[in-house]
Design a protein around this ligand. Structure first.
Ligand code: ADP
Ligand code: ZN
Length: 711
């Protein structure tokens, strides 16, 4: 099967079409929107050309843009991304563009109407320039109209400073760039880091610094340098709704000369932010994953903050990694990429050792030493009757309440929910569409499937033995909230999880309230582990710290380590020293022990050993091919054939197929491939795909290069 086919259409006005423009065309019996790939003239009639092509070449219906929505760099980027992720080019273009100008939308973005106006007529010297000035002296003119009178001449007028092009659309607010100084001197290690980054000859720099060691200040200093050179700066952050603090610090430093781009904006807002960059109104962009596709034309710096964060990988097709795209664009623009983290991915750190990336370190925290961390053995606590909160943590919370300091309590719940289990036979209530346990929601007293959303009453008999005697297992945020409130009735607690943040600004409201000191305790899931900087927080408690270790995913130890280190970093960022309590059942595990000691290097060495033994990344490259179908045989047969196909290659290790839990009524099978040459692996997957022939309504094939999780 061919993922990328292009079709030819004719049009009699070749000047009005360019590569990267959206056009409306007839395809089969429909009208669809496509992107122009190339424009060429032929000196034969449409009939003759059709004959040559072997199909009827039709006329295109309408050109939707006056300017390409994808310039040459972005167009090439889409082609590259398609190849790297083994996905259709058109789906890459769709990921790259804001909704308003995605190829599937045929609404003309009104905002793409451009005008030309005179800037300085006295600069005109040639006859042609003088003629243009004469035309524009009467007032601004629509670009299309001007183009008809003086074809292909606008770029020259603009570059000579005679005229400018502007659009009449509604614009997002912005201010002139106004770079302020930091209100403190840089530390010695910050100065050294900046020097090392500037003098490095490497494209990619890994800035490894403890939480609170002043990385953000380093980003801002480098960004200021680039702004002064009139170049653009892109700062990527994991999930912006969780890091309003980054935006605030950036606007405090640079004024509102910033585009902010993330998924919580509506289509119009996104489009307006996009246009701020396209029209050169702002120099700096702060945004999440998709901001990496902004239409820059002179990037001077890309920062990827918290580079280990999983939200940088898109989990739907095209399954690209933001880091790869950032590096690719940096090569085009000739700028550096800074990957910042306290807990870099093993891949990135390994690349510094192999001398591919430059390693720059910030070894000390700015204000305080690291918080004091304590590992709490929950096996022992349970024997004492403390099932949820250990006695040590309880005491520590009480002390914070007395001192009017704040606490953060984090429940590690990924892959961990409250389930209903029959006391009689041990049966767990499962979703009828997905082979996973239903989650119990106490507030609505319902069972819900977190995968497909299916809901069920809790008033049921056990499907296996018919008993109506249920046990509720597992610790959810609600249960934890109640347990803490019960121990400390006077405490003001804010809960942050998927339930309380469903509304648009849910996250932000909760975090702001906590920042204003309206609560003593912030309690939630992993979403509170990242990036928060509240000086009054002196205690962090982590529940179920080892909950992920039992999983089969090769990254589970790394994920656990990151979570504990990142969450610990929220404690003691102000004047008072912080404390951290890590509650776990398996206290001997190196992932837990080293995380409590915040010892990244030892963790790296230890974990690399395991990756080496098991031959996992960064010792190899991986790809996963999944087969999804409502018809079990279809999924199984195709996955087996796929496994057979790849076993013919000696340089690829083929694992599986293995059966995954059914999801949303689809059976799922997966083949995993390992190889040492990434490009060769990708090329072989393309070859395999070209030979596939299947009905897309009956079978879905999903390809994931460098899969992040394989559970
Ligand atoms: P990181 O990004 O590594 O977590 P930050 O840049 O957020 O660290 O710095 C932690 C805190 O220290 C912030 O509140 C920041 O304002 C402050 N800070 C950063 N650099 C300095 C400095 N040179 N002198 C004083 N305070 C600083
Ligand atoms: Zn389900």
């Amino acid at each position: 099967m061919n993922l990328n086919r292009t079709f030819s259409y004719y049009c009699n006005d070749e000047l009005s079409v360019e590569r990267g423009m959206r056009v409306q065309v007839p395809l089969l019996s429909q009208t669809v929107v496509g992107i122009v790939d190339s424009v060429f003239s032929v000196d034969v009639s449409a009939e003759e050309y059709s004959e040559k092509e072997g199909y009827e070449v039709k006329e295109l219906i309408e050109v939707l843009d006056e300017e390409p929505v994808l310039n040459d760099e972005l167009y090439e980027l889409g082609l590259w991304m398609s190849h790297q992720t083994v996905s259709p080019v058109i789906s890459c273009f769709q990921s790259m563009l804001p909704n308003k100008i995605k190829p599937k939308s045929n609404r003309k973005a009104a905002s793409l109407e451009y005008f030309v106006r005179l800037l300085d007529g006295s600069l005109a010297t040639t006859d042609k320039e003088k003629k243009a000035v004469e035309l524009l002296a009467k007032g601004e003119m629509a670009r299309t109209q001007f183009n008809k009178l003086v074809p292909n001449y606008i770029p020259r007028l603009v570059s000579r400073g005679i005229a400018e092009v502007y659009s009449m659309e509604r614009e997002a607010e912005y201010e002139e760039l106004d770079i302020r100084e930091a209100d403190y001197p840089l530390t010695e290690q910050q100065k050294q880091a900046i020097d090392r980054i500037n003098s490095s000859d490497k494209r990619v720099i890994l800035l490894h610094g403890l939480t609170g060691s002043g990385k953000t200040e380093v980003y801002m200093q480098l960004a200021a340098q680039k702004c002064r050179e009139n170049r653009q700066v892109l700062i990527l952050v994991p999930e912006i709704s969780l890091t309003p603090q980054m935006v605030k610090r950036m606007t405090d430093r640079f004024g509102n000369n910033i585009a902010i781009y993330h998924s919580k904006l509506n289509d119009q807002q996104r489009y307006e932010q996009y246009q701020l960059v396209r029209n050169h109104k702002v120099r700096i962009v702060v945004g999440t994953r998709s901001a990496v596709f902004m239409p820059f034309d002179d990037l001077g710096l890309i920062v990827l903050d918290e580079e280990h964060d999983h939200s940088y990988k898109q989990d739907t097709s095209p399954k690209y990694h933001c880091r790869d795209v950032a590096i690719h664009r940096a090569e085009h623009h000739g700028c550096k990429v800074i990957l910042g983290s306290a807990t870099p991915t093993l891949e990135s750190y390994a690349r510094t050792i192999r001398n591919v990336y430059e390693l720059v370190e910030l070894k000390n925290r700015i204000h305080q030493d690291l918080p004091q961390s304590h590992l709490v053995d929950m096996q022992k606590e349970i024997r004492k009757g403390n099932i949820i909160i250990s006695s040590q943590l309880e005491k520590a919370i009480g002390e914070r309440l007395a001192k009017k300091q704040q606490s953060i309590l984090l429940l590690n719940r990924r892959g961990y929910t409250t389930i209903m289990k029959c006391r009689q036979c041990g049966e767990v209530v499962q979703c009828p569409n997905c082979d996973i346990a239903m989650s119990y929601h106490k507030d609505s007293n319902k069972l819900m499937c977190h995968t497909c959303g299916y809901e069920m009453s809790t008033d049921i008999a056990c499907p296996k033995c018919g008993e109506r005697n249920w046990n509720h297992y597992g610790l959810g945020t609600q249960r934890l909230y109640e347990a803490v409130q019960e121990k400390f009735p006077e405490a003001r607690i804010l809960r942050m999880d998927a339930d309380t943040t469903r509304n648009k600004d849910g996250h932000q409201k909760i975090l702001e309230a906590f920042g204003r000191g309206e609560a003593d305790i912030l309690l939630g899931t992993q979403m509170i582990a990242k990036g928060l900087d509240y000086p009054n927080v002196t205690l962090v408690g982590i529940f179920n710290a080892d909950a992920l270790l039992g999983r089969t995913d090769y990254r589970s130890v790394e994920v656990t380590f990151d979570l504990i280190v990142q969450a610990s970093g929220r404690s003691g960022r102000g004047q008072d020293t912080g404390e951290v309590y890590v509650q776990a059942y398996d206290c001997r595990h190196y992932g837990i022990r080293l995380a409590v000691r915040q010892d990244y290097i030892s963790f790296f060495n230890e974990e690399m050993n395991y990756r080496h033994i098991g031959n996992y990344p960064p010792y190899c490259y991986m790809a996963a091919i999944s087969f999804l179908s409502r018809n079990e045989d279809m999924a199984v047969d195709n996955s087996w054939k796929c496994g057979e196909y790849f076993r013919q290659f000696e340089d690829i290790r083929t694992l599986g197929p293995s059966q995954l839990p059914r999801m949303v009524s689809e059976y799922r099978q997966r083949v995993v491939l390992k190889a040492s040459d990434r490009q060769a692996l990708i090329d072989k997957i393309w070859e395999w795909y070209a030979g596939q022939n299947f009905n897309k309504n009956q079978l879905k094939i999903q390809i994931d290069i460098d899969p992040y999780v394989l559970d």
